[in-house]
Ligand binder design. Structure first.
Ligand code: SF4
Length: 235
């Protein structure tokens, strides 16, 4: 079982400062961006009801110009994320693959098509959720991103979490689970078990690409997603 005690918490999901009312109180210039990342433009006009879109758009604008790690030099484009800026469910994968790199959208390859089937079976649309990755630029040859690359890109993911404020985060695969929950996570052992951190429910499960390599993982993946959608609909 995953130890959710404070001692095992390695990272802040939200970055600093964490706490209540972040969306109301946080302007884009206050988000912590990687060293070398371009500064955002002047603070956008804040209007009630539209501020989340503006600030997420501003974070995206900065991310699209980011050169904070070497991945940007080999990737065709930055894949920031897609979906509802007010999504209750955020899916976090590893990094863009070849097709994502070409289209600039997350989860559009074979693994994304598998995700679409799961969404359809559970009667949820892509537009209801928000999908992104631990790193926003494709690692060459689909290798795992290094810890340095993950660290450089972390402020963007933390910014997305702070601005979107999802109730549930689905960690797709070991890299996402180890970075968002605990480095001790072993996905085959810990998948399917909820972890509660900083007011967010996190579900570690397999990356859909792993299902394509090993179909025996489809059933547990399906069970994990059923639990996610059940929790989502309980509110
Ligand atoms: S992977 Fe992240 S930190 Fe690296 S260049 Fe791309 S956006 Fe910047």
């Amino acid at each position: 079982m995953v130890d959710t005690d404070e001692k095992t918490v390695q990272l802040s999901l939200l970055g600093e400062p964490a706490g209540e009312g972040l969306v109301k109180e946080t302007g884009p210039e206050e988000l912590s961006l990687p060293p070398g990342a371009p500064k955002t433009k002047a603070k956008p006009e804040i209007k009630p009801g539209v501020k989340i879109d503006l600030t997420l758009a501003d974070l995206k604008e900065s991310c699209l110009q980011c050169q904070a790690c070497g991945l940007r030099h080999t990737a065709k484009q930055v894949v920031f994320g897609a979906g509802s800026p007010r999504a209750a469910i955020m899916l976090v994968g590893e990094g863009p693959g070849k097709q994502e790199d070409e289209k600039g959208e997350p989860f559009v390859g074979a693994a994304g098509q598998l995700m679409d089937k799961v969404f359809a079976a559970l009667e949820i649309s892509r537009e209801e959720v928000y999908i992104t990755n631990i790193v926003k630029c494709r690692p060459p040859g689909n290798r795992l991103p290094t810890s340095q690359e993950v660290g450089a890109c972390r402020p963007y993911l933390q910014g997305q979490i702070r601005l979107i404020q999802p109730r549930i985060i689905v960690c797709l695969g070991a890299l996402a689970s180890q970075n968002l929950i605990s480095p001790e996570i072993r996905i085959t052992r810990h998948r399917g078990k909820w972890v509660h951190r900083e007011g967010i429910m996190l579900m570690p499960t397999f990356h859909p690409a792993a299902l394509l390599r090993d179909p025996s993982r489809k059933r547990p993946f399906w069970e994990d997603f059923k639990a996610v959608i059940q929790a989502y609909r309980q509110e």
